[in-house]
Ligand binder design. Structure first.
Ligand SMILES: Cc1cc2nc3c(=O)[nH]c(=O)nc-3n(C[C@H](O)[C@H](O)[C@H](O)COP(=O)(O)OP(=O)(O)OC[C@H]3O[C@@H](n4cnc5c(N)ncnc54)[C@H](O)[C@@H]3O)c2cc1C
Length: 380
């Protein structure tokens, strides 16, 4: 059994955990991250790759502002840009009610410094002639973008290790307790890989599994597993520069400059205990029908791969972010409800501030786990 003493222990090596480790290491704070599989391989590695604020919940925008500062200097921070590109983001309306909803939200977002321009159908097709008749207009955010999710988590992990953080993959945390002033975190299923970490602070960045950690300290978020399905086509001539979403979120589409078109829609089958979600073919067919209605020329593209992933989604679709109410030194950062790829680089910076100093200048408002206290809980 290997025993490590550290300042901060992190459970979970998604982008949240790896970004936290990097920011702690850059502050010179010792930390140990434990990941049951490979870093960046769960939700962080299989998502759509949208890096947007357009249409996001207002409560998340201060975190998004921190995240976007980091996205913009990704190359400098990680030594790679992870194919991050500011392409703009269009949120599409398919009814007048959608347009009204987006126009109201655009006004509210302006107070947070997020500039969103409303485009009528005529203005939209003058710029982007490829949309089908079902699209009635859009909200355009020129500062939003996209990146390659397969690259981001591992790049944060490499940078964190280089900066001095200790990262251990294939170590599943099986037990965690508070022993006096220190957390005692034990993991590793194989007798040769048993590990015990003692730390002053514990970061719960266990993604869809995080309620299992929270439960050990008498806390729970109302959170279910969400299993979005994704599709990628063969390369086609590059035409779709902005990333796309729709009001209601039933599809989201982007094209990478190599030509492949990536889109999401429908849900797979959950199996949290085996660590993956299975693709449901009829959901894929439904996603193709929705996407081709928005952009008819997509019907010419051949699908070459489908997959699904899972993520925790809370009852109010907001993350669980901030200190525990039951246990001093425990910080929760999970349940990013499909928004965490864009936010995670900033989440890590904020968690590192909280863990190292107990404070952050970024307002976390109503995101704490306390909002679920005393309520009926569903848990994945
Ligand atoms: C298909 C799909 C599409 C998405 N599209 C977008 C998008 O376009 N834009 C966007 O912003 N967000 C998107 N998201 C959401 C985004 O991917 C997540 O919010 C984000 O990756 C969460 O990062 P994380 O680090 O919290 O979680 P994860 O990446 O899931 O990492 C958590 C890690 O904790 C580990 N772990 C759990 N329990 C233990 C344990 N006991 N011991 C050790 N390790 C443990 C897991 O193995 C996992 O690696 C999407 C999600 C999915 C599934």
């Amino acid at each position: 059994m290997e025993r490590l003493e550290t300042e901060i222990a992190i459970i979970g090596g998604g982008i949240v955990g790896c970004s936290t480790a990097l920011h702690l290491a850059m502050r010179g704070v010792p930390c140990v991250l434990l990941e049951q599989g490979q870093t960046g391989a769960a939700a962080s590695g299989v998502n759509f790759g949208g890096v947007r604020r357009n249409g996001r919940a207002l409560e998340e925008l201060p975190i998004a502002a921190r995240a976007f500062e980091i996205w913009r200097r990704m190359s400098e921070l990680l030594g790679t840009d992870c194919e991050y590109a500011i392409t703009g983001h269009l949120k599409l309306a398919r009814s007048e009610a959608d347009m009204t909803l987006m126009a109201r939200h655009a006004e509210a977002q302006a107070a947070y410094g997020v500039r969103v321009e409303m485009l009528s159908r005529n203005a939209l097709v003058a710029r982007y002639p490829y949309f089908g008749a079902s699209v009635l207009g859009a909200a355009w955010c020129d500062g939003d973008g996209q990146a390659n999710p397969r690259l981001v988590g591992p790049a944060f992990a490499r940078a964190a290790a280089k900066a001095g953080a200790t990262l251990r993959e294939h170590v599943r945390v099986a037990s965690v307790i508070k022993d006096g002033e220190r957390f005692l975190v034990s993991g590793g299923d194989h007798p040769d890989h048993r590990l015990e970490v003692r730390a002053r602070v514990l970061v719960n960045a266990a993604g869809a599994w995080a309620n299992q950690v929270a439960a050990r300290f008498g806390e729970q978020a109302d959170m279910q597993a969400m299993t979005p399905q994704m599709v990628v086509t063969e390369p086609c001539p590059y035409f779709l520069v902005p990333a796309l979403g729709v009001v209601g979120g039933d599809t989201y589409i982007r094209q990478i400059p190599r030509g492949n078109i990536v889109f999401g829609g429908g849900y797979g089958d959950t199996a949290l205990e085996v660590g993956r979600a299975a693709v449901v073919p009829k959901e894929t067919l439904g996603a193709c029908a929705i996407a081709t209605k928005l952009i008819p020329r997509l019907a010419e593209a051949t699908v070459i791969r489908v997959w699904s992933g899972f993520e925790g989604i809370t009852a109010d679709h907001l993350p669980v972010f901030g200190p525990s109410l039951t246990t001093p030194g425990l910080i929760h950062a999970f349940g990013f409800s499909g928004h965490g790829f864009a936010l995670s680089p900033g989440v890590g910076a904020i968690v590192a501030e909280l863990a190292a100093t107990g404070h952050t200048p970024t307002p976390l408002g109503p995101l704490g786990i306390g909002r679920f206290a005393g309520k009926a809980i569903r848990s994945c």
